[in-house]
Design a protein around this ligand. Structure first.
Ligand SMILES: Nc1ncnc2c1ncn2[C@@H]1O[C@H](COP(=O)(O)OP(=O)(O)OP(=O)(O)O)[C@@H](O)[C@H]1O
Length: 308
C-alpha cells in the first residue's frame, strides 16, 4: 500500500473574505517530488503554509505522516524542513554563523550537521561569506542548507527556482534530484512555471484560484500530451461531421486557423486524408504532432476558468 507523507482532504482556507483554498485534495507519497503548479494567487503558498503550520485550515483534514490531531501534527512537523516565502537567513551573518544560529535555535545536536548540510548544498567554500553577499542561487542553497539541518524526511519549498538564472535552475534541479535519490527525502515544491518543474517533479498538482484542477503523475502527463493529428481541410465543419460519423472520433478541436486537431488519434494518419477525399473535401495540410506540456497546462487552465 502506498505510504502518504501528506494527505489533504477537502482542505479550505480563507483570509477574511478572500477564499485562498476552496476545498482541495492533495496526496503526496513517500519519496515523491510533488510539483505544485499555479498562477500568482492560486493558493500555492497558502497550502505550503498549512503544511508548515504558519496558518490553520478553516475546514477539511490535513494529515502529515499519518497524524492529524493538532498536537500530533505539530510533533510530526519536526520531521520537515521548509523554505516558505523567503529563504530566511541573516544577511549580515556568515553562512556558517547562520547555520549555527538555526542549529541552536532548533535544538539540533552536533556541529557536524552544519558541515554536512553545507556539503550537501555545495556551500562549504562559502562558509565564511556573509549571507547578503551570496549570489541568488547561493542564497537559495543557503536556505536549503538551513532547511536540511534537522535531516528532514519532507522538504517544503515555495518557489525555490524563482529568480534563478538558467544555470541556477539546473543546479537547484540537480540538488533536489540528488536529495530525493540519495536521501529518499519527499519534496513538495511550488512554481508558477510548469517547464521549471518539468524535469524535477514526478507528480504534479495544478492549482487555479483555490481549486485543484488535477493531480497527475509525470508519466501520465506525458501520455496525455500524446500525439495528435492536425489536418487543414477546405470545409472543416463538414469534415468533422464525417470524422464523428465514420471514424467515431469525438476528441477533436477546430483551431482558430481552421485546422482540425484530432487528439489521441485511433487510426493511421492516411485514414484521415482518405476520409476527406471520399467526401470531396480538399486537404491542404496533414501532419502528426506532439502537444507540448505547456499547451496541456494552458488548456487545463482554460477549462478550469470555465469551471470555477
Ligand atoms: N495574509 C493574507 N491576507 C489576505 N489575503 C491573503 C493573505 N495571503 C494570501 N492571500 C490571498 O490568498 C490568495 C492565495 O494566495 P497565495 O499566496 O496562497 O497564492 P500563490 O499561488 O502562492 O501566489 P504567488 O505565486 O503570487 O505567491 C490570493 O488571493 C492572496 O491575495
Amino acid at each position: 500500500m502506498k505510504e502518504y507523507v501528506i494527505e489533504a482532504r477537502d482542505l479550505k482556507k480563507s483570509y477574511g473574505d478572500v477564499c485562498a483554498l476552496q476545498g482541495i485534495d492533495i496526496t503526496v507519497g513517500r519519496g515523491e517530488i510533488y510539483g505544485l503548479i499555479g498562477d500568482n494567487g492560486a493558493g500555492k503558498t497558502t497550502f505550503l503554509k498549512l503544511l508548515t503550520g504558519q496558518v490553520w485550515p478553516d475546514g477539511g483534514e490535513l494529515r502529515m505522516f499519518g497524524a492529524f490531531q493538532p498536537k500530533d501534527l505539530e510533533r510530526q512537523r519536526k520531521r520537515t524542513g521548509a523554505i516558505v516565502e523567503a529563504a530566511g537567513f541573516y544577511p549580515r551573518l556568515t553562512v556558517e554563523q547562520n547555520l549555527e544560529y538555526y542549529r541552536i535555535q532548533r535544538g539540533i545536536p552536533g556541529k557536524g550537521r552544519m558541515k554536512e548540510a553545507l556539503k550537501t548544498v555545495g556551500l562549504l567554500d562559502q562558509k565564511r561569506s556573509r549571507g547578503g553577499n551570496l549570489s541568488m542561487g547561493m542564497k537559495q542553497r543557503l536556505g536549503l542548507a538551513i532547511a536540511l539541518l534537522g535531516e528532514p524526511e519532507l522538504l517544503i519549498l515555495d518557489e525555490p527556482i524563482n529568480g534563478l538564472d538558467p544555470s541556477g535552475i539546473i543546479e537547484m534541479r540537480n540538488l533536489l534530484l540528488k536529495l530525493s535519490r540519495e536521501k529518499n527525502i519527499t519534496i513538495i515544491l511550488s512554481s508558477h512555471i510548469l517547464s521549471e518543474l518539468e524535469q524535477t517533479a514526478n507528480v504534479f498538482g495544478f492549482l487555479s484560484r483555490g481549486y485543484l484542477l488535477e493531480q497527475v503523475s509525470a508519466s501520465e502527463l506525458k501520455e496525455r500530451c500524446s500525439a495528435y493529428i492536425s489536418i487543414a481541410v477546405s470545409e472543416p465543419g463538414k469534415y468533422t461531421a464525417f470524422l464523428e460519423k465514420e471514424l467515431k472520433e469525438t476528441g477533436y478541436q477546430v483551431m482558430p486557423d481552421g485546422a482540425v486537431r484530432i487528439c489521441c488519434p485511433t487510426w493511421d494518419i492516411q485514414e484521415y486524408s482518405a476520409l476527406a477525399s471520399r467526401h470531396g473535401i480538399d486537404v491542404y495540410g496533414l501532419e502528426k504532432k506532439q502537444e507540448a506540456l505547456e499547451d496541456y497546462y494552458m488548456n487545463l487552465k482554460n477549462r478550469g476558468k470555465l469551471a470555477c
